[in-house]
Design a protein around this ligand. Structure first.
Ligand code: SF4
Length: 314
């Protein structure tokens, strides 16, 4: 007998963004076109469920092109983007490659390149070692771009006074934390050139705003997504910063904390841009096996963005 009732505030938009949909479609269509196996450099998107399902279709995931045994097979570059050296390396190996970099990441690459050509020293706001950051840094020659991770980095950052400075950002950062870093940069370098349009992408912004909108009302907040998914981890932080006392990332292997849920009346649920909706459905089904569940979906904006796959896969 289920006595306890829990209300779920289901955050929307959540889950897959246009860049992730496109990247997954690129892998599927490449397997259709070229047959299996097709290699993918790095996890196509940061989600174990997605990666496992593509492995079942015939994708082989590697971290570097050197690991690919049969270089007559095509290779796909992940949605996070790659340094310029990677397509060059593929050309050297005479490998066919398909670039699944999200167009919104490519936009930041072109921005950084254009700023460099125009004589600016570029600062990238982002997280060290994230593949998107490695890809964006790798658009420019060594020494032409520096990484800033937080306001402390801004404090200690020194630049030759004769150099003009500009910044770009990773696409999946916390909107609020990034504002603080940008303000610190502007204070230190009042002439700093800003991107014409924000680099943090629409999907990151919308998912964070949707979580922020409901998190205060929730006793607990759950974000479905993988630990290495930057935007999923950011959603957990946003929920806590917005006033939810306890937010957790629920990744494929983690268990539902049923004991903690006993004291909850309202919980919030969202999912990162690389997390498929089936993870949300499965999570709610498990909750339904223990509790009486009421669901209220709270949508702040409708998304209708679609990115085309490269024409050679049409
Ligand atoms: S989160 Fe944003 S930048 Fe990343 S793949 Fe999705 S739309 Fe593109």
């Amino acid at each position: 007998m289920k006595n306890k009732e829990i209300k779920i505030l289901l955050s929307a938009p959540r889950g897959f963004c246009a860049g992730v949909e496109r990247a997954i479609e690129i892998v599927k269509r490449s397997i259709e076109k070229y047959g299996a196996p097709v290699y993918v450099r790095h996890e196509i998107v940061h989600n174990k469920h997605v990666v496992d399902s593509l492995k079942n279709l015939g994708a082989i995931f590697v971290e570097e092109l050197a690991e690919i045994k049969d270089k007559s097979r095509p290779v796909i570059f992940s949605a996070h983007g790659v340094p310029k050296a990677v397509p060059t390396e593929a050309d050297n190996y005479k490998m066919e490659y398909i670039d699944a970099t999200c167009p919104l990441v490519s936009k930041v690459h072109r921005e950084a390149e254009n700023l460099h050509k125009a004589g600016y020293h570029v600062v990238l706001i982002g997280h060290n070692n994230h593949p998107e950051v490695i890809g964006t840094m790798g658009q420019l020659p060594n020494g032409a771009i520096d990484l800033i991770q937080d306001e402390h980095d801004v404090e200690s950052y020194e630049l030759d006074q004769n150099k003009r400075i500009a910044y770009v950002t990773q696409t999946t950062l916390s909107v609020d934390d990034t504002k603080g870093i940008i303000n610190a940069l502007k204070k230190k370098f009042p002439e700093i050139k800003e991107p014409l349009k924000e680099d943090i992408c629409y999907a990151t912004t919308n998912r964070q705003s949707a979580v922020k909108n409901i998190a205060k009302k929730c006793d607990m907040f759950f974000v479905l997504g993988s630990r290495n998914s930057s935007n999923s981890v950011r959603l957990v932080e946003v929920a806590e910063q917005a006033g939810c006392p306890h937010a957790e990332l629920i990744h494929s292997e983690s268990k539902i904390p049923f004991d903690k849920l006993q004291s909850c009346k309202i919980i919030g649920i969202s999912s990162g841009a690389s997390a498929p909706e089936v993870l949300v459905k499965n999570f709610i089904s498990k909750l339904k096996s223990k509790f009486k569940i009421k669901i209220d979906e709270v949508e702040i904006i409708k998304e209708n963005i679609v990115f085309k796959v490269p024409t050679k896969l049409n």
